[in-house]
Structure formats: C-alpha cells, structure tokens
Design a binder for this molecule. Structure first.
Ligand code: MN
Length: 276
C-alpha cells in the first residue's frame, strides 16, 4: 500500500511526524508537506510563483519532501511528480487544533485531503482538539486503530473522512462516532495594533468559540469524548435552490437608464461611470 502524507502546519510539525510514523506501519509512506505553516489556506493552489521541492534527510518512515507551496500543491506534486502515480491513500495532519464545523472550508489540512479526492484518491484529514500542549504521541493507538480499519475495509473513491480527535483533557475517550458537520462560530473581534514603523495592522482569527450542542455533530461528539469521523465530498452544488432561481433565465440585455455617478478613489482620482 502506498500512502502520501501531508499537512498544513508545515514539514517540521510534530503531528505530521506522528501521522507518518503510524502510517508507515500500514504501507510505503511518502511525505510531501509545506516548507512553512499554511494553516487557513484552504484548497488554494499556487499558479503565479515557482514551487521549490527539497528532499530531506529523513530518519524515519519513508521519503520526506518539503514544498514551497500549499497542502493542495503538496498533494498534486506528490501524486504527479514525486510518486508519478496515484497512491492508495492520502493522509493530511495531524493538525494542531480542531477542524470542526465550517473550519473545513478554511482548513489547509482539509484542503490537501480534498485535492486528493479530486485526483481520485480517497483521503483522510486528521486533527487534534486540545486546550494546552498537544499530546500527539498519546493519540497513536487511536490513529493506529482507525488506519487499521481504513486499510482493511478500504474507502469509497471520491470520499474524504474528516477526523477530529479530542485530547484526554477535553474529555475521556468514549469511542469513534460517525457525525455530521456541526455549527461552530468564532468571535468576530479584530485586533488593531501598530507595527514598529508606526503603521496600523489588523489581526483576525477570533479566539472565543461558541457552538451548537448537537450530539450528532462533529462538535458535539468531540466535546463528549468521541473521535468524530465526518464524511465530506467536494460537491458544493445546491439543488434545492434551482427552482427558485428560474426567474434569472428570463433576463434580456438592459441599457443603463441613468448614470451610476462618480467615485472618488482613496488616492483622490475621480472615477466616472461610462455614461458620463
Ligand atoms: Mn494547521
């Protein structure tokens, strides 16, 4: 079995090494991971810059490569350049922090796994939910049990499993649970500070989190001590909206009936509408 491993916390992350170590018990491991942390980069691919690939001197579990790109770049380059063929499985993680609820839309960990699914390889994104120091080593028996089942039963092509593991300090381990995506919200605070040259900068990424307490969701399961497994697919199509949008099909070209006015840019230039 060939297993490609990536992450979004970067090539030096502890969670990546732990995942590669356990994965190497099940097959031939190749690691292709971002040179630097790319958390929150989602499924971005690099189109306007060169990508630099460096082979590392690895002391464990297969061949290791650092790429100056995103997790999705790593999976694409990993499959089509490093391996030169499709692996049997792509693993992404273990992320330092949760990927619960709408996190899956922002997550580079999930983005890398999603690229695998698009390339026709089943994949798993793994994340560790934790309050203090991250006990990646302690999670090995759980990752091992999960990967044993994945390799035994196989996964549907086109399917991504998003796995969130609570650390023991969140709740004592209760088992594995198949879940739906929950609803979880970060606070909207924006930190405004001054840089050393006196220019203002903004910092986003709310730290306070609230969530709907639904035991069937990923959020609810993790809170109760379950390792949450949520099936995810790239299909973002909304069939329920089709009928309500039919009115757009009756649109015909429309001449502008009036000027839309003038705009003043931040530099003071006046931008006029075409009609003026
Ligand atoms: Mn991350």
């Amino acid at each position: 079995m060939t297993i490609l491993v990536t992450n979004d916390d970067g090539i030096l992350a502890k969670g990546l090494r732990v995942l590669a170590e356990v994965a190497s018990e099940f097959g031939e491991v190749t690691v292709v991971a971002p040179q630097v942390e790319r958390s929150g980069i989602s499924h971005a691919i690099t189109l306007s810059e060169p990508l630099r690939l460096s082979k590392l001197e690895a002391d464990c579990c297969g061949e290791w490569f650092a790429l100056s790109g995103t997790p999705a770049d790593c999976v694409f380059i990993g499959i089509h350049h490093v391996l030169g063929r499709k692996p049997d499985l792509v693993l992404s993680g273990i992320n330092r922090g949760p990927n619960l609820g709408y996190d899956v839309l922002y997550s580079g960990t999930v983005g890398g796994a999603m690229e695998a699914v698009i390339q026709g390889v089943p994949s798993v994104a793994l994340s560790l939910v934790c309050k203090g120091s991250y006990p990646f080593e302690e999670m090995k028996p759980h990752v091992r049990a999960f990967l044993a089942e994945v390799t035994k039963g196989g996964l549907e092509p086109g399917l991504l499993l998003n796995v969130n593991m609570p650390s023991p300090e969140i709740a004592p381990f209760k088992g594995f649970k198949i879940t739906k995506i929950g609803r979880r919200f970060y606070s909207n605070d924006i930190v405004v500070r001054k840089d050393p040259r006196g220019n203002e900068y903004l910092w986003i990424g709310g730290t306070r989190v609230t969530m709907e307490d639904d035991p069937g969701s990923d959020c609810g399961a993790v809170k109760r001590g379950f390792i949450s497994i949520t099936p995810i697919v790239p299909d973002v199509f909304a069939p329920w909206a089709i009928e309500g949008l039919r009115r757009f099909e009756g649109l015909r070209p429309l001449e502008a009936p009036f000027s839309v006015g003038k705009f003043k840019s931040v530099r003071g230039e006046i931008w006029k509408s075409a009609k003026d």
